[in-house]
Design a protein around this ligand. Structure first.
Ligand code: FES
Length: 130
């Protein structure tokens, strides 16, 4: 079972018993980012929960793959992408990483891990791997 980023259609049982974890008590407003975390595989991983300008929620690892900036403090939403303002790598809702130069040329960079999420009961949920 999986969900797409921002999938607000929930055809299955969202519950802790089925491995779902509530990572945000509210869906962030479009264009905003909140910090979160998840306990999985014996460790606690920092996450960010963010919503695109068009209202698609997304959950991803919190650390930029470039030089490890924390995207809750060094991130900004630009349209449908999350931008690390440290060096302006940008990430789509599937986690694909890009660097865009001043002329608009985009080059592939490292990706962010994205956790498929759903909106449910007023919050944002992901399914834990363990
Ligand atoms: S640390 Fe994020 S772009 Fe460099």
């Amino acid at each position: 079972m999986s969900a797409n980023p921002g999938d607000s259609t929930v055809p299955y049982d969202i519950s802790a018993e089925r491995g779902w974890v509530r990572v945000a008590d509210v869906v962030p407003a479009p264009g905003t980012i909140v910090e979160s975390f998840i306990d999985r595989k014996g460790q606690t991983d920092d996450l960010v929960v963010w919503t695109t300008a068009s209202g698609v929620p997304c959950v991803s690892e919190a650390r930029c793959p470039h030089q490890w900036s924390h995207l809750a403090s060094e991130g900004a939403v630009d349209g449908e992408e999350l931008v690390c303002v440290s060096h302006f790598w940008r990430f789509g809702v599937e986690g694909e990483g890009w660097k865009q130069n001043v002329n608009g040329r985009r080059d592939r960079k490292g990706d962010l891990e994205v956790l498929p999420c759903v909106e449910y009961d007023g919050g944002v949920w992901v399914q834990s791997a363990d």
